[in-house]
Design a protein around this ligand. Structure first.
Ligand SMILES: [Zn+2]
Length: 368
């Protein structure tokens, strides 16, 4: 599990200094140290240079900028509201500073007004028959598309294809590649003033017409008639497979055919979000191990890395996703050291905006 065969001879020269790649990338050619970042369009190019320099000096190798958050895009793409061609502009700036850019996109959530107006039928439907297009669970933006519908798969595939065509981009990073949480992380339930001791129909998806008819074709059963859906293994797997098939057969090939890596931000409580990610053919996994949402201490991060590796049953890298506001004092270092000792291939931090000066000092230690 821990075996790593590094590139032994690859070296490139940056600014006259020999810069060996061998200690910085794993055998899958992926970086080890990542940071998610929500770009501000007010930041100037020279400020971006400073941001990337500071990250690089701290050992960070890859930045995941959020370039699509379900309503407008920060890159050129047909059929979308394009706010700015920010991604295309920033890639060469980051590259010059030795930072890889992996485009972080929301996958299944869609708040695009055109889509909501023209295709409300593309959205997931809960067991009460309510569409996420008009009655989203928990929060107003929880408008998920149905991952089984062919039109939806083509729509998301087109976005991955467009991103993967951007020169210099290192990879595509999938977020919200799942269904709405049927059960929220226990630490979050009080925030929404709900108790989810079992799967309730208002949070249980997808019972859209398409999913119902496809399941009926396969099994002879209308899922709406299933008495105990929480304990129906076939119906459960059918929902997992809706997401699995979309990722493996539509998104992964699109990224790979253009020589890009493809990764995802994934859940430790994967069952609750219909996210059987250990079946996905990605290049690497960035589980969001945000311990306080699960009422846990930082040691839980390492425990979840162990579970992830056990479920994957392959040598795909797993990066410990850590939530900076949950880590006090030197807990960032302690949590990562612990996770690394339990098999983490690196870390991913949420998020750049949360990093304080003292965190950069810790990052240097963690990446040494
Ligand atoms: Zn559906």
């Amino acid at each position: 599990m821990k075996k790593r065969t590094f590139l032994k001879t690859t070296g490139i020269v940056i600014g006259g200094m020999p810069f060996l790649l061998n200690s910085f990338t794993n055998k899958k050619g992926l970086p080890k140290y990542w940071v998610w970042l929500r770009p501000s369009l007010k930041t100037t190019d020279s400020e971006w240079v400073d941001i990337f320099k500071k990250l690089k000096e701290s050992g960070v190798q890859a930045v995941l900028p959020q370039i699509y958050s379900s309503s407008s895009a920060l890159f050129e793409i047909e059929g979308y509201t394009v706010q700015d061609r920010w991604l295309e502009r920033i890639i060469p700036i980051a590259q010059k500073e030795g930072i890889e850019i992996h485009a972080w996109m929301w996958t299944m959530i869609c708040n695009d007004s055109k889509m909501l107006e023209e295709h409300p039928d593309y959205y997931v439907v809960n067991r009460k028959g309510e569409s996420a297009a008009t009655s989203p669970a928990y929060v107003g933006y929880y408008k998920f598309l149905c991952p089984r519908r062919p039109e939806v798969r083509a729509y998301v595939q087109h976005r991955v294809k467009t991103l993967a065509s951007i020169p210099g981009l290192s990879g595509v990073h999938l977020d919200y590649v799942r269904m709405p949480d049927v059960i929220l992380a226990e630490g979050l339930q009080p925030k929404y003033n709900i108790v989810q001791d079992k799967e309730y129909p208002e949070y249980d998806y997808c019972y859209c017409d398409y999913c119902r008819s496809e399941y009926k074709k396969k099994s002879g059963i209308d899922p709406m008639e299933i008495e105990d859906p929480e304990n129906d293994a076939d119906w459960y797997q059918f929902r997992y497979d809706a997401v699995n098939d979309m990722v493996n057969n539509f998104l992964v090939p699109e990224a790979r055919s253009r020589g890009k890596k493809i990764t995802a931000a994934v859940f430790p409580n994967w069952e609750s979000v219909r996210q059987q990610w250990h079946k996905w053919d990605l290049d690497g996994f960035l589980p969001m191990l945000y311990h306080k949402f699960y009422n846990a201490e930082y040691q839980w991060i390492g425990e979840e890395v162990v579970k992830a590796k056990d479920r994957l049953q392959n040598d795909k890298p797993v990066y410990a996703g850590m939530f900076i506001p949950h880590l006090k004092g030197n807990e960032l270092v302690l949590a990562y050291e612990d996770a690394k000792s339990k098999g983490a291939d690196g870390f991913a931090l949420f998020a750049h905006g949360n990093l304080k000066d003292e965190d950069y000092v810790m990052l240097k230690k963690m990446t040494k």
